[in-house]
Design a protein around this ligand. Structure first.
Ligand code: PGA
Length: 247
């Protein structure tokens, strides 16, 4: 039995003033004990969010694959850990597009994060053109093959399926489409990691909202959600966490 995991991705949003939302979300998450919740803030807000989160895990949205050195502007996994981050998102489609991150670099980042004990969410997902061409499943499995580590220890690996065309657009994939891809991801994980692959949580992401969350959480092999826009306020995020608690 995999517990539901609901992760907020604040992207490049938020401010010190917005951390009141973190406190409110943390309080609601404590009242929903069957669900794991977390928020990935911009890097500048991690430390102050940790101070306000009352134990709700706070994470980052990217990490460099090296430990230290001449990498201007980058942040390593041990640096994230030092300020209290407990998880990190790697390979988000916005990073793959904006920073030309390919599978091999996503894999290196995942390995670096897992080695530091950070819960690591590896994102994959097809574009609208790829879906229309009937290639959604093959694109996703190719991304998994290229982006996931061969082996890891001591930290949790999570996969997030986020169809690019559903992110921030209000267009959500149908539960049937989500279920098909999640089943394909599960097959890949079990093939790659055996019994351990059956325990990896698979999140759906892309326009998850209070009014569609319950149906998404009821879909087989959906173990939670990665939520962008609707994670910015407690008003929108708490109902999604509560829906996971009922799912
Ligand atoms: P969205 O973003 O919920 O705003 O669509 C999801 C994500 O990109 O993680």
């Amino acid at each position: 039995m995999r517990r539901k995991l609901v992760v907020g991705n604040w992207k490049m949003n938020g401010s010190l003033a917005a951390l009141t939302e973190v406190s409110a979300i943390a309080e609601a998450a404590r009242r929903t004990p069957g669900v794991d919740a977390a928020i990935c803030t911009p890097a500048t807000l991690i430390a102050p969010a940790v101070a306000r989160s009352g134990g709700l895990p706070i994470g980052a949205q990217d990490v460099h694959h090296r430990e230290s050195g001449a990498h201007t502007g980058d942040i390593s996994a041990s640096m994230l850990k030092e300020v209290g981050a407990r998880l990190v998102i790697v390979g988000h489609s916005e990073r793959r597009a904006d920073h030309r991150e390919e599978d091999s670099i996503v894999r290196a980042k995942a390995e670096a994060a897992l080695a530091q004990g950070l819960q690591t969410i590896v994102c994959i997902g097809e574009s609208a053109e790829e879906r229309e061409a009937g290639r959604a499943a093959s694109i996703c499995t190719a991304q998994l093959a290229g982006s996931l580590p061969d082996d890891w220890r001591d930290a949790e690996l999570v996969v997030a399926y986020e169809p690019i065309w559903a992110i921030g657009t209000g267009k959500v994939a149908t539960c049937e489409d989500i279920g098909e891809i999640h089943a394909e991801i599960r097959r890949h994980l079990v093939g790659a990691y055996g019994e351990r692959g059956g325990r990896i949580r698979i999140l759906y992401g892309g326009s998850v909202k209070p009014d569609n969350a319950a149906a998404i959480f009821d879909t087989p092999d959906v173990d939670g959600a990665l939520v962008g826009g609707c994670s910015l306020t407690a008003d929108q995020f708490v109902p999604i966490i509560e829906a996971a608690g009922r799912g």
